[in-house]
Design a protein around this ligand. Structure first.
Ligand SMILES: Cc1cc2nc3c(=O)[nH]c(=O)nc-3n(C[C@H](O)[C@H](O)[C@H](O)COP(=O)(O)OP(=O)(O)OC[C@H]3O[C@@H](n4cnc5c(N)ncnc54)[C@H](O)[C@@H]3O)c2cc1C
Length: 435
């Protein structure tokens, strides 16, 4: 029996977020109907799928993207918008667990996704409110020591645009008393993520690429060609890229078990007056703290504070997103007590046990990349380039990721959620106690 994903699990429109409300206008694409042939069929219209599709179209391939809902419906259209370099697991752990040659290979690519995003924006003139700078803020002396080591580590891999800020220095960047210091990555930044992926989708179409929206794939029939079926049509493709990440929902059983969807929640305040906005973030950089369950925030183009945090394992929404996020926001910025909130939303990212992304192939012609474990804005863009290389026969860099071992979460499908939540509780306690 071939497992089938349910089309009913996908709504017709974006979630009701600040990003959806401020999205650049664009076309609504048709549903797939009838039969279509392609060199490559991409399943999923987020950063992974669209970045791959755009790289492949630039190489002259006939590419069709099937998106279940709308382009950017998943994490790519809802995230914190923070351009954070490297991976969710850093190179010291990669060195210790997987050896020097793997660390060298991954380290040499760790800052590439950021550059790809910037060249996409420049080359295709994408309007997505790009702003510069990202800060990692330390809540304890132990976290600050971690940032000192982090800087030394990234510098060993050639990334030198980093500045340590002490307790006085960080206040030039963040109007909060909550931290002991910070690490400023001057090459980081932030943007409107939905408008980035919409712009990249338009760039892909300008090169002849074809996108179908409202077309959830319900079956992948392996073979040569691969047949990818939606409710009303099918694509026959030589190669397939599976880019559904946390929203894939069992479509490819081979990808189940070694990853877990997790929800994280975001709110956007009403626009702040210019003085208040500058008091919070004087130079308009974005911030994430160093806690295991981290807070992340930034200002939008119209001076809303976009503040995210909270994690639900298994990807279910809490009863009230505002009740989860507001206490942390007001702890960071007591001057915003009672601030009006205009939007709340949540989205799912895909966690792997080692927090490194899962790349790979099934048979010789179905490729996948997923599981960025919460930091995917840059790595999805790297994934797109590596997909295009792999499909053109240049496998070395793709395989550096594909060869990483991944293991299932303890507890299997039934107990992985409570066991991971228990582990997270332990780490949260450590953060609160400053251990
Ligand atoms: C709230 C939130 C905040 C985040 N903040 C940050 C941040 O600030 N910085 C950072 O680096 N990372 C952040 N992340 C992580 C980052 O957003 C993700 O790693 C990244 O967007 C994943 O992109 P993707 O294309 O792989 O998946 P997604 O963007 O989730 O795209 C998957 C797409 O596949 C489609 N799909 C699924 N199944 C099917 C099917 N059967 N048929 C057709 N289409 C299908 C879905 O509809 C969806 O559009 C955040 C994530 C969340 C949820």
């Amino acid at each position: 029996m071939v497992p089938q994903a349910s089309a009913a699990t996908f709504p017709e429109r974006h979630v009701d977020s600040y990003y959806a409300a401020s999205a650049n206008p664009g076309p609504e694409r048709p549903r797939l109907s009838g039969e279509v042939d392609a060199d490559v069929c991409v399943i999923g219209g987020g950063f992974t799928g669209i970045s791959s599709a755009l790289h492949l179209a630039e190489r002259g391939l006939r590419v069709v993207v099937l998106e279940a809902t709308r382009i950017g419906f998943g994490a790519s259209g809802r995230n914190g918008g923070q351009i954070v370099n490297s991976y969710s697991r850093d190179m010291d752990v990669i060195e210790a667990k997987y050896g020097q040659s793997t660390a060298q290979a991954l380290g040499s690519m760790a800052f590439e996704g950021n550059k790809i995003i910037r060249s996409r924006i420049a080359d295709y003139d994408i309007r997505c409110d790009l702003k510069e700078g990202n800060l990692f803020a330390a809540c304890s002396d132990k976290q600050m020591q971690g940032l000192v080591e982090h800087k030394a580590l990234w510098e060993r891999y050639g990334h030198r645009q980093l500045e340590l800020l002490d307790a006085r220095g960080y206040r030039r960047e963040i109007g909060s008393e909550r931290y002991v210091g910070a690490l400023f990555d001057h090459s980081g930044g932030h943007l409107h993520p939905l408008n980035l992926v919409l712009g990249e989708a338009a760039a892909f179409e300008s090169l002849g690429g074809v996108i179908y929206e409202h077309s959830p794939v319900i079956e992948i029939r392996h073979g040569d060609p691969v047949v990818i079926r939606s409710a009303q049509g099918q694509v026959r493709a030589e190669r397939v890229i599976v880019a559904g990440n946390a929203y894939l929902n069992g479509l490819l059983p081979e990808l189940e078990g070694k990853s877990m969807p997790c929800g994280t929640q975001v709110l956007a305040t009403a626009p702040l007056d210019a003085d208040t906005a500058r008091e919070l973030l004087p130079n308009d950089a974005c911030v994430e703290d160093c806690n295991y369950l981290l807070d992340y925030y930034r200002l939008s183009a119209d001076n809303r504070l976009i503040y995210g945090g909270g994690v639900t394992y298994g990807g279910h929404d809490p009863a009230s997103i505002e009740a989860v996020i507001r206490p942390n926001l007001e702890k960071t910025f007591p001057q915003l007590k009672g601030v009006k909130v205009d939007y709340t939303w949540s989205g799912n990212f895909l966690l792997t046990l080692n927090r490194l992304p899962q790349f790979g192939r099934i048979n010789h012609n179905v490729y996948y990349a997923q599981g960025y474990s919460g930091h995917g804005v840059t790595c999805t863009h790297l994934a797109g380039r590596l997909m295009a290389e792999a499909l053109s026969g240049e496998l070395e860099r793709f395989d550096a990721f594909a060869n990483l071992p991944h293991t299932p979460f303890p507890g299997g499908r039934l107990f992985r959620v409570p066991l991971t939540a228990l582990g997270a509780w332990y780490y949260r306690m450590r953060d609160q106690l400053g251990w």
